[in-house]
Design a protein around this ligand. Structure first.
Ligand SMILES: Nc1ncnc2c1ncn2[C@@H]1O[C@H](COP(=O)(O)OP(=O)(O)O)[C@@H](O)[C@H]1O
Ligand SMILES: [Mg+2]
Length: 296
């Protein structure tokens, strides 16, 4: 598969604080990479760096190569604001934990999806925009799109609002979707439905995904490969199967131990995550083909 996204030694600083430390990750077309780590490990900062939404306080180093369908290979960190705007929302899109903050409360949802389409395809005739809106709404399994397009965000449930955000994100058929904790605010049943939806959209549109969660169990449901981050550093990366069967880093093992299974009693306290800073300082090494970790 062709490479779509290549993050190469990305560092992001906010003043003296280093949120992301020389991070390298790659994503092939149509592939799903899970990014997991406890709160504050630099997952969202990485996502925002790719989308170029970090704001002026952030100092970045390294490169983020994206293979654009329209512009060819580009370094997103070097790209000017205008070409970046053309990519964002068109070739790459992002969904967040809390859809309510990203939706306009006083605009019907169909109108918001239409706006996302018109921004990038201003030449599209009205009737085709409307058609595309309804298509996006049915792609995310929102029932009765023609009628519900006129409703406002507060008239939908939390899970439905996340579906609307996903409809907006895929309306222009991007090749990369960044999903940052997309199910964290949802209850378990709805969470499962959204994960199934993302998996089906990936199949249907050949969508590559950077799927971010603090929850390894959630990440494992959708990812081909999993990258474990902590304190801004990549600690381990492997295929999902390898990471689960042969985790090499103690932190990954601790995360795995913290996943409640049928065998573990959910009333017992979760395994305490090991706090070893020494192993973070180790360089990444190849444990086996396609499996790297910071271990000695
Ligand atoms: N705009 C910002 N200004 C200063 N520090 C920030 C900013 N955004 C994130 N950080 C810091 O960067 C680190 C990584 O944050 P983040 O990427 O949001 O973590 P995660 O998404 O893994 O929970 C945290 O220590 C956070 O406080
Ligand atoms: Mg985050």
């Amino acid at each position: 598969m062709a490479s779509l996204l290549e993050i190469d030694r990305l560092s992001v600083r906010f003043g003296a604080a280093e949120a992301v430390r020389s991070l390298s990750l790659h994503l092939d077309e149509g592939e799903v990479l899970g990014l997991v780590g406890e709160s504050g490990s630099g997952k969202s900062v990485t996502a925002l760096a790719v989308m170029q939404l970090l704001g002026p306080a952030a100092q970045t180093e390294g490169s983020i190569r994206f293979t654009s369908q329209n512009a060819g290979p580009v370094d997103l960190l070097q790209l000017r604001a205008e070409p970046m705007r053309r990519l964002r929302g068109r070739e790459m899109a992002m969904i967040f934990q809390e859809p309510m903050t990203a939706l306009n409360p006083v605009m019907p949802v169909g109108e918001q999806i239409a706006e996302a389409i018109r921004t990038h395809q201003p030449e599209k005739p009205r009737s085709q925009v409307r058609e595309a809106v309804l298509e996006a709404m049915s792609a995310v399994a929102l029932p009765d799109p023609a009628r519900r397009a006129q409703d406002y965000p507060h008239q939908f449930s939390g899970g439905q609002r996340q579906r609307i955000m996903i409809a907006m994100a895929i309306a222009n058929r991007p090749r990369l979707l960044i999903a940052d904790e997309p199910t964290t605010a949802l209850d378990v049943t709805v969470q499962k439905q959204i994960l199934e939806l993302l998996a089906s959209l990936r199949e249907r549109f050949g969508l590559a995904m950077l799927f971010i969660s603090h929850d390894l169990a959630v990440v494992s449901q959708v990812s081909d490969r999993v990258a474990v981050m902590r304190h801004g550093l990549l600690l381990e990366e492997a295929s999902r199967a390898t990471l689960f069967s042969r985790p090499a880093h103690p932190y990954t093992r601790a995360l795995l131990g913290a996943i409640p299974t049928m065998e573990t009693d959910i009333h017992q306290p979760l395994a305490t995550l090991e706090r070893s800073h020494e192993s973070e300082a180790l360089p990444l090494r190849e444990v086996e083909t396609g499996h790297i970790a910071r271990i000695s």
